[in-house]
Ligand binder design. Sequence first.
Ligand code: ADP
Ligand code: IPE
Length: 269
Amino acid sequence: MIILKLGGSVITRKDSSTPKLDTSNLNRIATEISDSSCHKLIVVHGAGSFGHPYAKEYDIGSEINSLEEFTRKKQGFSKTQNSVKNLNQLVCQHLIEQEIPAVSIQPSSFVQTYNKRIIKADLDLISKYLDMGFVPVLYGDVVLDVEDKIKMAVLSGDQIVKYLAENLKPEKVVLGSDVDGIYNKDPKKYSDAYLLKVVTSHNDLESADNTQTVDVTGGMGGKLDELLELTKIGIESEIINASHDNNIKRALKGEKGIGTLIKKMKEKK
Ligand code: ADP
Ligand code: IPE
C-alpha cells in the first residue's frame, strides 16, 4: 500500500488569493496515477489556494476569547470547509475520469484534534475501502478541536499522512510538492540552495521557514516534522517534485531516490 500526498502547491495555484486549480498538473497527475497501475493507494491532497487564504483570514486555530470571535471563526470554518470540499470534488473527478476508483473521505466528518493534533479518527472504513480496491482520497481540512479555547483547527494533509501511515503501515509514503525535495534552504529564496538527497534531522537544513508564503500549516518545515516522526517507527518517506512529468508515476512504480528521502539517523556504535 502506498500513501501519496499531492501538495496544494502542485494541484492549485498556491500564490493566488482566491481558489484556483492547476488543471494541467491535475490532469497529468491523474493520468500518471492511472498509468502506474498501483492497486493499493490512498491519496491525500493539500488545500493550496482553496484553503490557506480563508484559514489565514479567519485565523482558524488561534484561541477564542469572546463570543464575537467564536461567531466569526465559525463563519471562517464553514467557508474553508466548503472550499476544500470543492477542491476535493475536482480532484476526485479528475481521478475518476482516468478510471481510478476514487472515494472522497472528508476529514472534518470524522477527525478531531486536541491542540491541533489528531486524537480521534476511526480508520476502519478507510481500511475497508482499501481492501475492496477503492482509492480513498482525503485532504487538508478544518476540524473540531477539543481544547476549550481553540475549538477549531486547521488539519494539514501532511498530518493526515503521518496519522494514516502510523496506523495503516504502508510500504511507501510519497509527498509530491513543487520543488525537487528538501534543500539546505528555501530554493525559491536562495539561488545557491542545494538539494539534499537524504534528510535524517532538522539539523541537515539551514532553514525551512515559510514565513513569506500564505501557508498556515508550516510549509516544508511542518512537512519535515511529520515525516521525521514517522522515521521513529521505521517508516521512510520521500519528497518528490510532482510538477515534473513522470515523477509520480516513477515513485508509484517503486523507484526510489527521485527527490529527498527522509530516513532514520544511523545510530553511532
Ligand atoms: P505543498 O503545498 O506542496 O505541500 P508547501 O508549500 O507547504 O508544499 O511547501 C513547499 C515549499 O516550501 C516550497 O515551494 C519551498 O518554496 C518552501 N521551502 C522552504 N524551505 C524549504 C527547503 N529547505 N527546501 C525545500 N523547500 C523549502
Ligand atoms: C491545509 O492543508 C488545510 C487548510 C488550509 C484548510 P495542507 O497544509 O496539507 O495544504 P498544502 O499542501 O500546504 O497546500
